[in-house]
Design a protein around this ligand. Structure first.
Ligand code: PGA
Length: 246
């Protein structure tokens, strides 16, 4: 099995401040392992986060190169400011801003073409889980991207499995529930390219905190986490980083 360095990513959403960047940078500097830490602050804080020595990404990115797209986040400019990653297809972007599978695929492709590493977020709603649609939904979300960019492009990306019912709700998927979907994702990709599948980091997201992170990160196909609420608390976030393997 390929060795996969675990990632702990903090998705700040529309929260945070200049002073929190400093506090998080100080906390992350005390990390005791080799896990990779990436912060996704509001775009306006990217430059400062980079200057504090953090590895940084944007929370979304426009699928267009430049032009009359008021308010959008430009991949090339994010890269110029020092961002190296971007989230694509976070469930809040899909649900609140109506991003379709096809939009997400276009954003993934454009991010990579601009030199940003995409973290592709997938996951089912509670209704979909209850009607046994989890695998169908996750497969559809992944296939839309693979159809656009090809399986080889996934080698330079990360996937985050985030069940929508677990985001911001305090209802975490159990390590076994999460592992089952992670394994499903890796098997699905393995049918297309075994090497890409075994090297791909698949993160779990949805109410990860310092109490549950260790048991989640210990699962065979879970390679770290995408953390929302707890990534805004420096000591909790540090504890989560330290619970990663690596
Ligand atoms: P949460 O958010 O940890 O607050 O559930 C996770 C996410 O939305 O990425």
């Amino acid at each position: 099995m390929a060795t996969r360095t675990q990632i702990v990513a903090g998705n700040w959403k529309m929260n945070g401040s200049k002073s929190l960047i400093k506090e998080i940078a100080q906390a992350v500097a005390q990390k005791k392992n080799n896990a990779e830490v990436i912060i996704f602050p509001p775009a306006m804080l990217i430059e400062q986060a980079v200057s504090e020595g953090l590895s940084v990404g944007t929370q979304t990115v426009s699928e267009y190169e430049k032009g009359a797209f008021t308010g959008e986040i430009q991949a090339l400019l994010a890269k110029e400011l020092g961002a190296t990653f971007t989230l694509v297809g976070h469930s809040e972007r899909r649900a609140i801003y109506g991003e379709s599978d096809n939009d997400v695929a276009n954003k993934f492709a454009h991010a990579q073409a601009s030199g940003l590493i995409p973290i592709l977020c997938v996951g089912e709603t509670e209704e979909e889980r209850e009607s046994n649609q989890t695998e169908t939904v996750v497969a559809r979300q992944l296939e839309a991207v693979i159809e656009k960019v090809g399986i080889a492009a996934l080698a330079n990306s990360v996937v985050a499995y985030e069940p929508v019912w677990a985001i911001g709700t305090g209802k975490t998927a159990s390590p076994e529930q999460a592992q089952a979907v992670h394994k499903f994702i890796r098997n699905l990709l393995s049918e297309k390219d075994q090497q890409v599948a075994s090297g791909l980091r698949i993160l779990y997201g949805g109410s990860v905190n310092e109490e549950n992170s260790e048991s989640l990160f210990a699962q065979a196909d879970i390679d770290g986490g995408l953390i929302g609420g707890a990534s805004l608390k420096p000591q909790s976030f540090l504890a989560i980083c330290n619970s990663a393997k690596g």
